[in-house]
Each structure stands twice: as C-alpha cells, then as structure tokens.
Design a protein around this ligand. Sequence first.
Ligand code: PLP
Length: 389
Amino acid sequence: MGSKDLIYFDHNATTPVRPEALEAMLPYLREEYANPNSVHSFGQRARRAVERAREQVAALLGAESPSEVIFTSCGSEADVLALWGGAWAERDRTQGAKRRVVTTQIEHEAVLATCRRLARRDFEVVTAGVDGTGRVLPEAVAAAADASAAVVSVMFANNEVGTLQPVAELAAHCRERGVLFHTDAVQAAGKVPLDARGLGADLLSVSGHKLNAPKGVGALYVRKGTRLEAVISGHQEKNRRGGTENVAGIVGFGAAAELALRELEGHARELRALRDRLEAGVSALPGAHRTSRAQERLPGTAHFCFDGVDGHNLVVALDLEGVCVSSGPACSGGMTELSHVLKAMGVPEKLGRGALRVSLGRGCTEAQVDRFLAVLPRALEKLRKAVPA
Ligand code: PLP
C-alpha cells in the first residue's frame, strides 16, 4: 500500500512536516550552514533565522517576550529542563527549604521519570490522582503545593485520552504561594489556544514534531525572572541550554508555529467535526466504549476500549487495512498492559487492554474517517472470532 492510501490517524505520536516548514528549512540544510554563534556575517544570518523562529514560537505560546523561549532538542528535554532545572534552582535558592515536587499520575514519561530521579536525590514527590475522565483533582495538587514545594508540574492536555487539565487554576494557586508552575503543553500546542503569560505559568514545554514541524526540536517557555539550573551546560541560549542550535529544525518549528497560530481556530473546528463523526460511528458498534469523555478535551483525540480484543492486536489488524493508530500503552509478551493513564482513571484492567487511541490532524478527511468506520468492525470481528472473549 502506497503512503498515499495510508490512513494516518496517529497524530499524537507525530505529525507530517508541513511543506511550508520544509521549504523554510531547506536553505539551512544546504547553503546557509553557518553556526549561529559565529561572529562573521554568514553566522549572523543563521542567528537572525533562529531569532525570527524564536519570535514565531513565542507568539504561539503567548510569551511576553521571545527571550522567554529556550530551544531544546525535543519536548522531553524541555520537560526535564523545567523539572530538574527548576527543582534544583529552587532548592539551592532556598538552601534546601524547598524540596517537594508535585505532579500527576497521568504525565508523560519524561516528567514521571524525572520525578523518580528527583526522589532518589532526596526530593519529596507527591503525585496527584485524576477522576474517571482523566482530569486531575485540583484539590489534591493544591493541598501539596504549599510554600515547601519547589515545582508543580501538571500537563496541559493528556496525550492518551486528550483531557484538558485545570492549569490556569493551579498556576494561580502556585503563583500565590511562590511555587514554580510547569505545564507540559506538547499535545496542546497548535490545537488549543495557549497563553503562557495570561495563564501565569512559569515554565511550559512544547515539541516541534507534534505540530507539523520536524522531529528533534522543542522549546521551553521560561517566564522572565525564573531561575533554572541548566541540564546541558554551555553558553548558548543565554547559558540556559548548551549545544549548537539545530538551525534548520528551529526554522521549521518557527514556520509551523506561525501557521499553527494563524490557523488555530479553523483547524480545531475541523478536527472536532471529524472526531465527533468518528466517535459517533465507533460508539454505535457493539462492545465499544468511549474512554475520552471529558467536557474539555483536545479536538482531535478519540479514545476507546473494546470488549474482547487486545489493543495491540487491533492496531496490527488495522495496520493490515492501511490504518495507523495506536493502542497507547506498552505491549509486553503479546499482551497489552493497562496504561498508567487508564489505570489512574480507574478503567478496569480487562477493558483497558482493548484500548485504542485515534488521533487526528492536518490532512485527515471525512472520507478517511468513513473508511476507518468501514474497516474497524471487520477487524474487531476477526479478532473476536480468533480469541473468544
Ligand atoms: N509530553 C507529551 C504530553 C507528549 O505526548 C510527548 C510525546 O509524545 C512528549 C512530552 C515528548 O515529546 P518529544 O517526543 O518531542 O520528546
């Protein structure tokens, strides 16, 4: 099957690079190869391209100033820099008084693994739970986010089920108590409006490849005046992140960010319409349960659990039909494990094994949704016949 016929419904995993971003990048992969830190005018042209992209990304994030944007190699690095860098800076600043980190059970592994590392270095980590829709319990976060907390990290939107989190409320709580507030907005950027300044977040992570820019570039918004200990040492990014800048990737990220901001409203409307069509069709199938039920959620993410099938096997069966989707959780020994997100939401183990995430994005069409709805019952039937529930 040619990639033309492929139905790509896995945009939360990654997105295609949009042509405008690729075009903007090409000169920096060919003739404009100078190091943006070089003094000569060749280098200064690359510098100007990086600074232009910083403005474009700052606009998407709603930063007050482009200088609040640090480019990183990915969203994971931005998360680690925010948590590790923020936690250590606050601990040092307060001579050890602040050594608590507060997060949630449904964060991305970049956040959760950093929290485990901080716990091994004598930080106290408090992990708040979520309700049945995947929305964090704000009281649980707020109760732990007192003056002894160094950083609170709550994602903007969950990558598996799409639930939007009460970040504005939590950011305000943290601000009043002098606690750094970080939000991982990797899945939200380009899909819902971000307003870092208005939100009152101190730190906010994004990733290029989730919004039609290339892989290998991300950014961390760092509110002016926020102290951060560098994770990768070096003089670039005003000593906050060492390493020669990925100029082409940054330029592509900037171009994609500018277009994402311009198209935000219309894109979200289109995604929502496709998602609603898909959800209505899937929900009508026997043994299908819609897991993504939050009032406030990402426009392009749908999540289901199916009776009597294994999510991993369903992904493979749909792949044979030319459809790319994801079961979300890891697969071990041929059996899908219940994801940490579904577990936190209280989804029963047996049901959660039949999980399927469908994530839509640029290029998805109504005709593709309809083809998906035509092949899905066949795939389910085949699997249920092979392994009776
Ligand atoms: N945070 C969330 C919520 C994500 O979904 C992802 C990627 O799946 C990341 C962080 C990591 O981003 P990257 O792949 O750029 O490291």
